[in-house]
Design a protein around this ligand. Sequence first.
Ligand code: IVH
Length: 673
Amino acid sequence: MTKQIKKTVEELAAEIVRHDALYHGKDAPEISDAEYDLLRKRYDKLVKDYPQYAVAAVSESVGAAPASGFRKVAHAVPMLSLGNAFDDEDVLDFIQRMRRFLNLPADAEIPVVAEPKLDGLSLSLRYENAELVHALTRGDGAVGEDVTANARTIKDIPQILKGKPPKILEIRGEIFMHREDFLKLNAAQEAAGRQQFANPRNAAAGSMRQLDPSITASRPLRFVGYNWGEVSAPLAKTLWEARAAIQSFGFTLNAPVELCASAEEMLKYYQKILAQRADLPFDIDGVVYKVNELKLQEQLGFVARAPRWAIAHKFPAEQALTRLNAITIQVGRTGALTPVAELEPINVGGVMVARATLHNEDEIRRKDVRVGDMVWLQRAGDVIPQILAFKDDGEHSKRPEFIFPDHCPVCGAEAMRPDGEAVRRCTNGLACPAQALEHLIHFVSRGAADIAGLGEKTLAEFFELGWVKTPADIFQLEKYESELLQREGWKEKSVSNLFAAINKARQMPLARFIYALGIPQIGETTAKLLARTFGSWDYLYQLTQSDDALAELTNLDGIGASMAEDLLAFFHEKHNQKVLVVLAKEIQIQNDINETVHSKISGKTMVFTGTLPTLSRDAAKAMAERAGAKVASSVSAKTDYVVAGEDAGSKLKKATELGVKVISEAEFLSLIS
Ligand code: IVH
């Protein structure tokens, strides 16, 4: 029995960790917040009774480790999360816990400030002598990402504080987007053929995580301050007064708020905000209660990942029941077959819903939804609703189970599902029309060929006309110039702009070219790694056709077996090869050789092992690559240097056996200096 509980706790923990990473690390959640909260609630409940099975990664973390790309900075005061209350009873328990902790009588009232729980991402702004010195995301709560350059572009964030702020002041609050601004942004993204966001929160998080601040500047982000971290002098005696102080420094406050004297008033506030929810210009997922008296806050302190003096009272997700009319299959750019639920249109929390994703084959089996079933839908801030479960109308068991197709519904080629993967994919590569259009859209997107003048709609139009079937055709569009001029919406000027934009894209750095190909699993980071490592398109292409390819690729730190297999499958596909030959004639791929600095380790292969005294593994790796070295994950006779730190294990042993030169961090640093 207890073995079973341990197993359940571990399974829940693994799921939570996975969803944390998707949400915080990639801004790409797979489940709704409500579903996540349920997971967390089940986990917390079990761990309360069986603390011996607690999993540290879940019990102590408040998010995922910071995503790479930004400098990591430790928070002066940890950024914590909030505990959740799901019903009135949980709220009363919260108050009762505080009374017990403070040794107060059972009927003592503890005044709280009640405010909306904004659905965005939290940010910590540090001011020294009234000047903004840095802005950090929450990260894992202890260490955040330095997004100062991006924060400086947001109009709600003062660069210089007004009034008389303490010498050191960290204001914490939420970055978010108004729903209306979000819809406009998505429309603009679509028109430009760029990625659309699932909801305002993802849009806010994605905008904040841009490496180019000018992109952040173009996004309609807002900030409100609701809390603080390190302060060199107290702001006030109560939260209510502290809010006034924060406002006097030049910040916008969270609203509408109320000072509640009793539990009754708190619950009344909750109902009031719940009723106003759809009318507020931004998404909220509940309300937050915070003890007003700051001295009491201090006494109450924290437990694990959340303060004892505050709690989030979550709203129920908006749900509705409707008929599942059909399950259709969509084919994406990478050939992934995604099942889509076609629903009897229904209003869920103010939005008409007619379709919902069913994610994949296993999800359909797990939920056992069948065509004709009545299903529960849920929209929790997300534009794409989730199907929760079927509601048996007595006919469910008589309906046939859905049989997932093993052929691509668009081109008829075989669709394969590799062992251990959730997704089934069409094997036809660039030749499958469904993938072709998606491939084209990806090809012209930012970060890839970046042909801004060629939006999704235009591409779809050219595709329908048969003018553009593969990326190579884009560069031959000029032959349709006279036909294009006769089409509605096209004039001399717009046509020549289009061709100019296309011609500009003929010069393409290798990394962008690799990324533009839309190879499954090969994102921008991996594309850069490949470009940096192999230097030229010819070299990379030859390599993919050689027998050593798999070994060479998987030996790179950052490329796993499944990624390498996808990459090789792409390059071995006959149709793709044909397209690549034509494409390589149309554009000049700029080799990546000049980007790397010439150093003593240029062209050398290095392996890092053990804990280095000052550098993180990622930092050391990046420095080596910048200096022109290849970083491998395992030691072989081809390895030139092994940089060994403390607790180096088998790799060090192997290096010694093979006679590979072993150096320290200090020696490594002097080699690249
Ligand atoms: S106070 C130590 N107030 O919710 C308490 N947080 O689930 C700090 N959030 O990380 C948080 N609205 O991103 C607070 N009015 C509000 C909030 C709020 C949204 C977010 C915040 C926090 C998360 C915790």
